[in-house]
Design a protein around this ligand. Structure first.
Ligand SMILES: [Zn+2]
Ligand SMILES: [Zn+2]
Length: 154
């Protein structure tokens, strides 16, 4: 759990004059403990599972919007229909994503050699590079094992 991230987020939200709320704290604790990205729907489901009440989708989106505006969470676009959110990486926590195109599974990965290659490339391209994101798509281990779903007859 990234206590530091949770504390930083609470501090920055408080300095914006945001009131503490149950949904906010619950979302912070969830994302603070999560190594990678979750969709709003996954957050809603998990919060409900935890205390049997959860938080409304609207209040979850409100918290995510605030956190995104303060750059405390990053939006992860994987090219699927769903947008996911993860806590913004501090120093040394930078990672990229593996996405299963069949079941939607998303996993973090990092690779120092890749980072060095991107840093070298960044010096040669006509762009002052500030960020990069890498998504590798394919089939996860369990989807690769099981045969593709048969075509539906319709
Ligand atoms: Zn991630
Ligand atoms: Zn899969």
């Amino acid at each position: 759990v990234s206590e530091r991230w949770i504390e930083r987020a609470e501090r920055e939200l408080a300095s914006e004059g945001r009131k503490r709320g149950g949904a906010r704290r619950a979302v912070l604790e969830l994302l603070g403990a999560e190594p990678c990205a979750l969709s709003a729907q996954e957050i809603e489901r998990e919060l409900h599972r935890r205390d049997g009440r959860g938080a409304s989708r609207a209040s979850i989106y409100r918290v995510l919007d605030e956190l995104e505006r303060l750059r405390l969470v990053a939006r992860v676009e994987t090219g699927q229909q769903v947008v996911r959110y993860e806590r913004a990486s501090g120093h040394g926590e930078h990672h990229h994503h593996l996405v299963c195109e069949r079941c939607g599974l998303i996993r973090p990965f990092s690779d120092p050699g890749l980072e060095r290659a991107i840093a070298r490339l960044s010096e040669r391209v006509p762009l002052a590079v500030s960020e990069h994101e890498i998504v590798l798509r394919g089939a996860c281990a369990s989807c690769a094992e099981s045969p593709a779903a048969p075509p539906t007859d319709s």
